[in-house]
Ligand binder design. Structure first.
Ligand code: MRU
Length: 357
């Protein structure tokens, strides 16, 4: 059993993360004492995955509250929180977590109280994430039958959350209920979260997993080897699901083969105010395609396009599995919004939304 992906160490007074860039070769921990180190860890995907980014946003504000020295303490806290939210734009959880903790912290009367409130709220957010993933697992497990083989993409497991996982949480819960479930993990180029992280964590838990390249998905579906597809999400809007690049292709293939395509995500991943057209998709360094682990794998300087996420239209989604139950599109957005704590933290224009909206 691994430790939490991201947690606060009371002993050291820092955030501790599992360095996901070291996996699967090494299970290394990093202690983070300053916001610059956290921003860098987020940018380099040392901590990654929407729910884990939500926790990182929360702990980031707690770190800021402890380390800011400026005279205009409150203004600086707000300004630095805005910078933290901008490090990765697509997963809405980062902004959500940072805003939630900032909102609570700013109710403090003085610096000491702000520090205490920020840390307590960040810890509560992380604990809630674990409970939400467990609930997602319980709801989703009912959709799986013993003997099913589930295809997944990227990593939506315990390493993308604080613990347990969303898509992989559903599989873990089904196995906990005694069901026999096998997994096909897509490699997930270019940064290989599927082969490096999903395969690692499933093998740690002795859950049967077979690795394929992304381009093999259609072939294995056509061969009848996939019963269900379950993926996570970085942002869910009314008309689409944003998730790791390649997810859309899997949804099209699943539809063509009559295979259910499920998305598992907590309500903190929902953006109730925007549509697909409004959302910014993060574009990463083209070098990620031209080099692998320092080795050149394409002609130097070849133009490369490297979007980190894509949008899957809701009509390709069979159902969305949340901590509040399983919803078939069209999603009851108004009802979910009312029952979601997210409502309190919605800002006029959250990060990752195009200007002019
Ligand atoms: O770029 P990453 O590795 O942060 O992308 C992660 C994903 O796309 C996950 O599928 C998503 O965040 C859901 S994690 C439960």
């Amino acid at each position: 059993m691994l430790m939490r992906t991201i947690d606060w160490s009371d002993e050291k007074g820092c955030v501790t993360i599992i360095d996901q860039t070291a996996l699967p070769l090494k299970l290394a921990l990093i202690d983070i004492y300053h916001i610059n180190a956290l921003n860098d860890a987020i940018l380099r995907l040392k901590v990654r995955g929407a729910p884990a980014l939500g926790a990182a946003g929360g702990f980031g504000v707690a770190l800021l509250a402890r380390t800011i020295k400026a005279e205009d303490y409150r203004e600086e806290l707000i300004k630095e929180t805005e910078s933290l939210k901008r490090v990765r734009p697509t997963a809405v959880n980062l902004s959500w977590g940072a805003d939630r903790v900032l909102t609570k912290a700013l109710t403090g009367r003085d610096r000491a109280e702000i520090e205490t409130l920020a840390l307590a709220e960040a810890k509560a957010l992380a604990d809630e994430d674990v409970a939400q993933c467990r609930a997602i697992g319980e709801h989703g497990a009912a959709l799986l039958r013993s003997g099913d083989t589930v295809m997944t993409h990227c990593n939506a497991g315990r390493l993308a959350c604080v613990d347990w996982g969303t898509a992989l949480g559903v599989i873990r819960s089904a196995i906990e209920q005694g069901k026999d479930i096998k997994v096909i993990s897509c490699e997930t180029r270019p940064l290989n979260q599927g082969s490096r992280i999903t395969c690692f964590e499933l093998m740690e838990d002795r859950i049967p997993v077979t690795l394929i390249t992304d381009s093999m998905a259609g072939h294995v579906m056509r061969q009848g080897k996939v019963d269900k597809v379950i993926v996570g999400a970085d942002r869910i809007v009314e008309d689409a699901v944003f998730n790791k690049i390649g997810t859309y292709s899997h949804s099209v293939l699943a539809k063509a083969h009559g295979i259910p395509f499920y998305v598992a995500a907590p309500l903190s991943t929902f953006d109730f105010r925007h549509a697909e057209k409004d959302v910014v998709i993060e574009e990463r360094d083209p070098e990620e395609l031209r080099r692998w682990n320092g080795t050149q794998i394409a002609p130097a300087g070849v133009p490369a396009f490297n979007p980190a996420f894509d949008a899957t239209p809701m009509e390709n989604v069979t159902a969305v599995i949340t901590e509040q139950g399983v919803f078939k599109p069209p999603l009851p957005f108004t009802g979910l919004k009312k029952s979601s704590s997210l409502k309190r933290y919605i800002k006029d224009k959250p990060e990752g939304v195009r200007d002019g909206i």
